[in-house]
Design a protein around this ligand. Structure first.
Ligand code: PMV
Length: 338
């Protein structure tokens, strides 16, 4: 039995603009998806999912990815969870050159689903890592990140950047620009996350920004401005001492950029009333800055605050279902048991 766990992430800066070749800086957080893989004697795959912010379910299906199990949970949820596990198994089989490998797989996660925290990427990364290790063919991190990206790309019909999967694999803060992905040094940023209990439709939101960008020069300029802002943020991080507590000046400057980034994302139509309410509650509580994270439309915001004030304020904010501190996860995917 092999158990691997991989972290979720927040976008410090740059979501949406990254789709158009601008850089983005996601950072891994200490909320993880844990995947257990046990090889089977036959070519079946049995999946048990727990704590996926939805009712747990168990399904078993034969090696072919065409057949769908008959289970008593809403189809879109099964499709979503199974799609990612399926794609991870396909990548693991191909990487280990074991097309008929069967597995018993268990997925557990404390990352809210589809809410901008990279839950699916964490499941895919931990899943491929656990399954290839269980077959005695562990992958190096670059290949693991690449295969996880390909799995997401397949499930999301081509609408995936490398940001989530690379960040979940490597941990820490990373920089993504097109196919170019690199870990970057970062201080211990005091992230606080607010979650409205919902999720946005990433495909629809990405398409909406694309249409605005086609229609209006100023929308295209907004996307480019996000790129400029990310480069400014990166320079600030590059000057900071890695893995130490950030200075108040750095927090103030990063926070200002996060506020700016949220404004530009809102201008592109991807914020929501609940996200704006959580962003403003964070600012009023004294956070250095706050912005939505991920595709938007609903889901999560991320704020910078080393004190408890933002988390407390969020817990009293209408529309905020959950708020928590999210430490930077300096370690990416890791083996828990092998
Ligand atoms: O909501 P998430 O975590 O899937 O992030 C989406 C980020 C986008 O930039 C909007 C799309 C992408 O694939 O980069």
């Amino acid at each position: 039995m092999t158990v691997c766990e991989a972290p979720g992430k927040v976008y410090l800066f740059g979501e949406h603009a990254v789709v158009y070749g601008e850089p983005a800086v996601p950072a891994a957080i200490e909320r993880r998806a844990t995947v257990t893989a046990e090889p089977r004697a036959d070519d079946h795959v049995r999946v048990e999912a727990e704590d996926l912010s939805l009712d747990g379910f168990t399904v078993e299906y034969s090696g072919g990815t065409g057949d769908r199990p008959d289970v008593d949970v809403p189809t879109p949820l099964v499709e979503a969870a199974m799609g990612y596990v399926d794609a991870a198994v396909r990548q693991a089989r191909s990487a280990a050159d074991a097309p008929d490998a069967g597995f018993d797989i268990t997925v557990e996660s404390d990352i809210p689903l589809g809410a901008g925290l990279g839950s699916s990427a964490a499941v895919v990364v931990a899943g491929i890592d656990a399954a290839t290790r269980a077959l005695g063919e562990p992958l190096d991190r670059r290949e693991l990140a690449d295969r996880a990206y390909r799995a997401e790309f397949e499930v999301q019909d081509g609408q995936a950047s490398r940001a989530d999967t690379f960040c979940s694999t490597m941990g820490g803060a990373v920089r993504v620009e097109g196919d170019d992905c690199e870990p970057i040094e970062a201080p211990n940023l005091p992230f606080v996350v607010g979650f409205d209990g919902g999720a946005g439709d990433t495909g629809e939101l990405v398409a909406g920004v694309g249409e605005l960008r086609e229609e209006y020069r100023f929308a295209a300029d907004t996307v480019e401005s996000i790129g400029d802002l990310v480069r400014t943020g990166e320079a600030l991080l590059a000057d900071a001492v890695p893995e130490t507590e950030p200075s108040p000046e750095l927090l103030a400057e990063l926070g200002e950029l996060m506020d700016f980034n949220h404004g530009l994302l809102a201008a592109l139509g991807v914020s929501a009333r609940s996200l704006d309410a959580m962003v403003w509650a964070s600012r009023d509580a004294g956070a250095h800055g706050a912005k939505l994270t991920g595709a938007g439309g609903g889901g999560c915001i991320v704020a910078l605050d080393a004190s408890d004030a933002t988390e407390t304020a969020l817990s009293f904010t209408q529309g905020c279902e959950d708020s928590f501190r999210a430490e930077l996860a300096t370690e990416g995917v890791r083996v828990v048991e092998s």
